[in-house]
Design a binder for this molecule. Structure first.
Ligand SMILES: C[S@@+](CC[C@H](N)C(=O)[O-])C[C@H]1O[C@@H](n2cnc3c(N)ncnc32)[C@H](O)[C@@H]1O
Length: 281
């Protein structure tokens, strides 16, 4: 491993706003962010109180908790935290050297309503209580184009079943991607499982969408991978939906058959399949 990565890994171990595979956190995020905000360091996770919407700590209202999954450098987590000081934001990613970037910016600017968890998203169920999460952003995840890897797509029903266990009933999932294939796949999942689609556009920065009543200032936040345009689609696709139905396993086989029909073309995401190197890998 390179020297720079080692330095970043060592740095995040000292950061109060980065937790690596934290134990016993369900229900404690509101209390964690209160301590982070007060500068009450070091934060002892064991001593944090569990708060729920019906039993808020000290009668202070619980702040909504918003996740950015596959956050990389955490541009959305940090950007949204700047925009919405009355909400708390948590970025999740497995790569500590990427998390380091967002966590360092938050420390430098003293943004106290954003933190990061280094973990596999597959393990996220361990970290949150039922209904603890208000919203989820998934920003430019790997599209995992090979059919054999479809279950690794972060909008596959296998992942949605995980999110459903901690996302509030009214909460929604936002997907921003440059991959037409992942966009189409996710729309197929939404339709097949009867989920509620709130917004869908294959050109979030196109004049029609930007001038429509659906445009939202949050869409303008740009991430590192967004700038790479790996899929060469030259369009940013965006979906917002609710996970408001059961996701029966029985439908997964049908989904597999439906997505087998999607063709991966060179003009779309094939560059990813060949493996595009970024300057941080
Ligand atoms: C293509 S990058 C996008 C990063 C960032 N959202 C952006 O737009 O710049 C995908 C990120 O997902 C993370 N990732 C992929 N699969 C993951 C998993 N199962 N658990 C945690 N992180 C994952 C990778 O480490 C990587 O940082």
């Amino acid at each position: 491993m390179g020297q720079k990565k080692l330095i970043k890994f060592a740095a995040i171990k000292q950061y109060e706003n980065v937790l690596e595979y934290p134990q016993g956190m369900p229900g404690k995020w509101n209390a964690f962010f209160e301590k982070l905000n007060l500068g009450d360091y070091p934060i002892s996770l064991d001593s944090l109180e569990i708060s729920t919407s019906t039993s808020p700590k000290n009668n202070t209202p619980i702040k909504p908790l918003i996740l950015e999954l596959a956050c990389g450098r955490g541009e959305y987590a940090v950007g949204l935290a700047r925009m919405f000081p009355a909400q708390n934001f948590l970025g999740l990613d497995i790569k500590g050297n990427r998390i380091w970037k967002g966590a360092s910016i938050a420390n430098k600017e003293a943004i106290k309503n954003v933190a990061f968890v280094r973990t596999q998203i597959e393990q996220s169920i361990q970290y949150f209580a039922k209904d603890e999460v208000a919203e989820i952003w998934i920003t430019f995840p790997d599209p995992q184009l090979r059919l054999s890897k479809a279950k690794k797509r972060l909008t596959h029903p296998q992942f949605l079943r995980i999110y459903q266990q901690f996302l509030q009933p009214g909460g929604s999932v936002h997907l921003k991607t440059d991959s037409p294939n992942l966009y189409l796949f996710t729309k197929t999942v939404i339709e097949l499982y009867g989920l509620t689609l709130i917004t869908a556009t294959d050109d979030v920065y196109g004049p029609t969408f930007m001038q429509s009543s659906q445009w939202d200032e949050r869409y303008a936040i740009k991430t590192y991978y967004e700038g790479l345009n790996i899929a060469s689609s030259n369009r940013i696709h965006y979906l917002q939906f609710k996970i408001d139905q059961d996701l029966p396993h029985a439908k997964d086989e049908l989904l597999k058959e439906m997505i087998a029909a999607f063709e991966v073309t060179e003009t779309h995401d094939a560059k990813r399949e060949r493996g595009v190197k970024t300057n941080e890998d």
